[in-house]
Design a protein around this ligand. Structure first.
Ligand SMILES: NC(=O)c1ccc[n+]([C@@H]2O[C@H](COP(=O)([O-])OP(=O)(O)OC[C@H]3O[C@@H](n4cnc5c(N)ncnc54)[C@H](OP(=O)(O)O)[C@@H]3O)[C@@H](O)[C@H]2O)c1
Length: 288
């Protein structure tokens, strides 16, 4: 087996933690990520002792803040000269009131879209050093459930609903992944692939903290009764990170370890480009 260096965001719980453990078990160098130092360090030790793999490290950042995304990339690059797989897994749904980060961005877009976009851009130079690098963006089947995108108001300043913001953030993540795949090819970086995926409906802590209102919380909890295990949910990510047969596939959306067709309802090359350019604009100050 060729040992890969793999960075997974949001690996202190849920699908990310299971993914990290499985990849560590396979003998890869795994860099986990969390926002709480004590919790992350303890999970790092847990993975080492459970898998017998000593090549586990961690990085810390609150990914709601783009300045912390930059710091994460810097501390990663100080320690690691190469990256083979970047898994942008961290993500969340927020509450019924629109909230902004200390940097002024709507929280859903900040965490689920701007943060993976920026982290990817900042790590491209280390990904480029791998003979065959992979970028995996964890999206969601919820991208099919959003309302009509307002590309002049991506951060929902005029009209906000948490479900819509979440669905759109995951739709835009699929679009920027597609666009990234094209950009990588155009810029002669065809050793790097970029794909997105839907993990399934998984029983994790996902959505539990968000204040969604009594009825929505109830419906959410009922849907969780039918959710599958994080072990099952991690399978698609592990497959995209390791399977030989996907090494050259780029710009696709995967579900159940197969290429799937994302919703085309609001897709157009112009819309994809508009979202890409918007992410570029937002993240530009954090790129230098
Ligand atoms: N569960 C599902 O049914 C489902 C379905 C489709 C897609 N997804 C997607 O799958 C991914 C993983 O979700 P999950 O179900 O495993 O959820 P989860 O159990 O809530 O785990 C999310 C992970 O992201 C981290 N995270 C959240 N906000 C963060 C922040 N501001 N900064 C840094 N890290 C942060 C969490 O860290 P803490 O431990 O510090 O909270 C945790 O490690 C997400 O992108 C989600 O949108 C999930």
């Amino acid at each position: 087996m060729d040992r890969k260096t793999i960075l997974i965001t949001g690996s202190t719980g849920g699908i990310g933690k299971v993914t990290a453990k499985a990849l560590a078990k396979l003998g890869h160098t795994v860099i986990i990520h969390g926002r709480d130092k004590e919790k992350t360090a303890s999970i790092c030790e847990e993975i080492k002792s459970e898998t017998g793999n000593d090549t586990i490290d961690y990085v810390i950042a609150d990914l709601l803040l783009l300045s912390e995304v930059s710091q994460l990339a810097e501390s990663f690059k100080k320690k690691h000269k190469r990256l083979d797989v970047l898994i942008n897994n961290a993500g969340a749904i927020f509450g019924k009131e629109r909230e902004t980060t200390q940097e002024g961005f709507e929280k859903t877009m900040a965490l689920n879209l701007f943060s993976p976009f920026l982290l990817t851009q900042l790590l491209l130079e280390v990904l480029a050093k791998s003979p065959a690098a992979r970028i995996i963006n964890v999206s969601s089947g919820a991208h099919t459930m959003s309302g009509t995108p307002d590309l002049d108001d991506i951060q929902s300043t005029k009209k906000y609903s948490f479900g819509n913001a979440y669905g759109l953030s995951k739709l835009y993540l699929i679009w920027v992944t597609q666009r990234l795949a094209t950009e990588l090819k155009t810029n002669g970086m065809s050793n790097i692939t970029a794909n997105s995926l839907h993990p399934g409906t998984i029983k994790t802590a996902f959505g539990q903290r968000a204040k969604k209102g009594f009825v929505v919380d109830l419906l959410f909890n009922i849907s969780m009764l039918f959710a599958i295990s994080p072990e099952k949910g991690a399978e698609n990510t592990i497959y995209l990170a390791t399977a030989k047969e996907v090494e050259h596939i780029s710009g696709k959306y995967f579900s159940n370890k197969k290429i799937a067709r994302p919703s085309m309802k609001y897709y157009s090359p112009e819309n994809e480009k508009a979202v890409w350019n918007y992410c570029k604009l937002i993240t530009q100050p954090y790129l230098d």
